[in-house]
Write a protein that binds this ligand. Structure first.
Ligand SMILES: Nc1ncnc2c1ncn2[C@@H]1O[C@H](COP(=O)(O)OP(=O)(O)OP(=O)(O)O)[C@@H](O)[C@H]1O
Ligand SMILES: [Mg+2]
Length: 146
């Protein structure tokens, strides 16, 4: 039986949130899936910007929200697949995106609004929950299986 581990962080600024993403990235390997939950404007995209920086993707290609395009791919030593379920309402559309191929692929996947289709995520998924406590303060809980 593996242990569930929960780390709670407090972010006081957008830069803190990016830094937490950068730190988490150091512990990731291809095939890892980071599922992000937290409402509109919580800071999910900022956290993914940190992941990209930590994975060493090209800093000349800025990480922007894939809300409309649904998925962005960032090449690098460990590629990043950035997905967003916000606009998706049917599980079939999510599967059509090819999520399974991304999750098994040779990179790290980061998914915004993951809780909408939580059943798609396996037990090894790293869940990142961002809660807005104040204008600039966020409580960020990272759950992993050790
Ligand atoms: N501590 C903080 N961490 C993250 N973002 C913060 C923080 N304080 C303020 N913000 C602001 O909150 C917003 C977060 O935006 P971001 O696009 O990352 O959110 P999101 O969760 O991806 O939203 P969406 O659901 O629309 O995709 C930014 O405008 C950012 O400046
Ligand atoms: Mg976003």
């Amino acid at each position: 039986m593996k242990d569930q581990e929960e780390e709670v962080h407090v972010s006081e600024s957008p830069e803190d949130t990016r830094e937490l993403g950068r730190e988490l990235a150091k512990r990731l390997k291809p095939g890892d899936v980071v599922a992000l939950e937290g409402g509109l404007g919580a800071g999910k995209t900022l956290f993914v910007q940190g992941l990209a920086a930590g994975l060493g993707t090209d800093p000349g290609i800025p990480v922007t929200s894939p809300s409309y395009t649904l998925v962005h791919e960032y090449p690098g030593p460990v590629p990043l697949f950035h997905l967003d379920f916000y606009r998706l309402t049917r599980k079939e559309s999510v599967l059509e995106l090819g999520v399974e191929e991304y999750f098994d692929g040779g990179g790290v996947s980061a998914v915004e609004w993951a809780e909408k289709f939580a059943e798609l995520f396996g037990p090894e998924t790293i869940w990142v929950k961002i809660e807005r406590n104040a204008e600039e303060r966020r409580r960020i809980t990272i759950s992993t299986i050790a």
